[in-house]
Design a protein around this ligand. Structure first.
Ligand code: FES
Ligand code: FES
Length: 153
């Protein structure tokens, strides 16, 4: 086991982890942050996307020890005082989801995209989300939601 200290959603978390523990399982199983989902475990689907020091990463591709001393943001951090964040609200209003399994990853990837490019074109949105797969094929409404979130900002 190895001790790590990670700032997760603004709170410092200290824990002992197996060196081989994936970041996603540290978040889900040790911290109970189950909003981040595991769709494939093989870096293909993006459902496990979180922000690491503000950059979107697939949390099944990294180890918890690699987050030591860094800041992780998960979907749980977005709403505050019972109010959805603008990106969450846009996904809700534009029905950018069907089963919802890919949605946390789509939303975190969108937060990252809009942080870098506040007014993306449809092509830029589709390119930014190409690492995030929606098995329900809800892409049309997802793109609409991202465009709406961009205009709301
Ligand atoms: S669970 Fe991480 S990319 Fe699919
Ligand atoms: S909404 Fe079902 S996988 Fe995307």
């Amino acid at each position: 086991m190895r001790p790590i200290a990670v700032t997760v959603n603004g709170k410092r978390c200290e824990a002992d982890v197996e060196p081989r523990q994936l970041l996603v399982y540290f978040l889900r199983e040790q911290l109970g942050l189950t909003g981040t989902t595991v769709g494939c475990d093989t870096s293909s689907c993006g459902s496990c996307t979180v922000l690491l020091d503000g950059e979107s990463v697939k949390s099944c591709t990294g180890l918890a020890v690699q987050a030591d001393g860094r800041a992780v943001t998960t979907i749980e951090a977005l709403a505050s005082n019972g109010e959805l964040s603008p990106v969450q609200e846009a996904f809700h209003v534009h029905h950018g989801l069907q089963c919802g399994y890919c949605t946390p990853g789509m939303i975190m990837a969108t937060v990252s995209l809009l942080g870098e490019n506040p007014n993306p074109s449809e092509e830029e949105i589709r390119r930014a989300l190409e690492g995030n797969l929606c098995r329900c094929t809800g892409y049309t409404n997802i793109v609409k939601a991202v465009r709406a979130a961009a205009s709301a900002a």
